[in-house]
Design a protein around this ligand. Structure first.
Ligand code: SAM
Length: 222
């Protein structure tokens, strides 16, 4: 059992249940053609985010880390016609590719991409009072995760979900002595989730086309 099997099973489940359509497949192709790294979430993970947003009845979603807009489009499709998704992206090039993809997905009025380091765009968002967000998806630089959690807490409400990707890192998360700043970033993020009395959370370890990793899901308590 290993990567080959995980990929095969993801392909089977994807064709059976996930229903990635031509638009979403086109997003991946456009990102590849533009030379973006192949690090977006998988179709099954996209469907999971979509289902969570639908279940929440989310109207406002915040994403940190847009890349080519793949996850943003999945989540935005769960929003009602007056819903809004703001996605924060450091790279102007990634944001440009994502904007094209969002347009092709027919979601220009729903998805807003803001360019800049999240450490700068998050305080601006909070200042504008655009929240509260019903769901926050954190999927950018892992070293920033602990700070992004603080900002997510500023801009959510009781019942909101705060989700963070890539928190298991092939199992390296369990190594407290790791010198990898990405590992230290996600460990510190999870420690903060665990220590915060306003949050209840868990992590699902995941295998699939993206390898072995995990998704943290935390709910802001009432
Ligand atoms: N969520 C995307 C998806 O699944 O389609 C994938 C996001 S990718 C893993 C991470 C993205 O975060 C990259 O596009 C990267 O440029 C962006 N990023 C990295 N550091 C950032 C920062 N400090 N602020 C905002 N975005 C950042």
């Amino acid at each position: 059992m290993g990567q080959g099997q995980w990929t095969e099973v993801d392909a089977f489940l994807g064709s059976l249940l996930v229903g990635e359509d031509e638009v979403l497949a086109g997003v991946t192709t456009a990102a590849q053609k533009a030379g973006l790294p192949p690090i977006s979430i998988s179709p099954a993970q996209g469907k999971l985010l979509y289902l969570l947003a639908k279940t929440l009845g989310a109207k406002r979603i915040l994403e940190i880390g847009t890349l080519g807009g793949y996850s943003a489009i999945w989540m935005a499709r769960a929003l009602p016609s007056d819903g809004h998704l703001i996605s924060l992206e450091y790279s102007p090039r990634h944001a440009e590719v994502a904007s094209g993809n969002v347009a092709r997905a027919g979601l220009v009025g729903t998805v807003e991409i803001r360019v800049g380091a999240a450490a700068e765009t998050l305080p601006k968002l909070a200042q504008e009072g655009v929240g509260p967000f019903d769901m926050v998806f954190i999927d950018a630089d892992k070293g920033g995760y602990p700070r992004y959690l603080d900002w997510a807490l500023e801009m959510t409400r009781p019942g909101s979900l705060i989700i963070a990707d890539n928190v298991v890192r092939g199992g390296a998360v369990a190594d407290g002595l790791s010198r990898d700043p990405n590992v230290q970033g996600v460990r510190s993020y999870l420690e903060k989730v665990a220590a915060n009395p306003k949050l209840e959370g868990t992590v699902m370890q995941t295998v699939g086309v993206k390898g072995y990793d995990g998704l943290s899901i935390a709910r802001v308590l009432d």
